[in-house]
Structures are given as structure tokens and as C-alpha cells.
Design a protein around this ligand. Structure first.
Ligand code: SF4
Ligand code: SF4
Length: 78
């Protein structure tokens, strides 16, 4: 299980999440930041600091946001 970054990140991208992630698993992709689902330890630190509430737990993703989990997997090749 992992946290997932969704569409509000596309315009914000302040990277507060990158600074707090204890396992350094958040990277900037082409249009937004992505969380590596194979490394995320589910700590929730990133979710708490994101100013635009772009980060959600995989279990709480809306159907329309499932694409962002797929994009993260593709980005990291997992
Ligand atoms: S804190 Fe939120 S908006 Fe900023 S880079 Fe991270 S996910 Fe994107
Ligand atoms: S939940 Fe924790 S480990 Fe996973 S991406 Fe966010 S800060 Fe990093």
C-alpha cells in the first residue's frame, strides 16, 4: 500500500512533501510529483504537509484518481 499524489499537484508543485518523506521516495515527473509505491512506508507525513491536499492513501483514492497510481507505477517501473 502507498500514498498517491493526484491532480492538485500539477499546478502547485511546492515540494513540501519531498522534504518530509523519511524514505526519499517522491520525485518530480513531467507534470507533477510522484510517490514510488514500492518504497512508500505509509507514514502519512507527506499527506499532512501538502498545501493543496493532493495526496491520498491508495485505499481512499476516488475512481477518477486511480490513474495517478497507475502513472506513479509507470514512472518508477514498478
Ligand atoms: S506537497 Fe503536494 S502539491 Fe506540493 S509537490 Fe507534494 S504533492 Fe505536489
Ligand atoms: S507516506 Fe511517508 S513514506 Fe510514503 S511518500 Fe509519504 S512521506 Fe514518503
Amino acid at each position: 500500500m502507498a500514498f498517491v499524489i493526484t491532480s492538485p499537484c500539477i499546478t502547485e508543485k511546492a515540494a513540501d512533501c519531498v522534504e518530509v518523506c523519511p524514505v526519499d521516495c517522491i520525485e518530480l515527473g513531467k507534470n507533477q510529483y510522484f510517490i514510488d509505491p514500492s518504497l512508500c512506508i505509509d507514514c502519512g507525513a507527506c499527506e499532512a504537509v501538502c498545501p493543496v491536499e493532493a495526496i491520498h492513501h491508495e485505499d481512499e483514492l476516488k475512481d477518477k484518481d486511480q490513474i495517478f497510481l497507475e502513472q506513479a507505477k509507470k514512472y518508477f517501473g514498478v
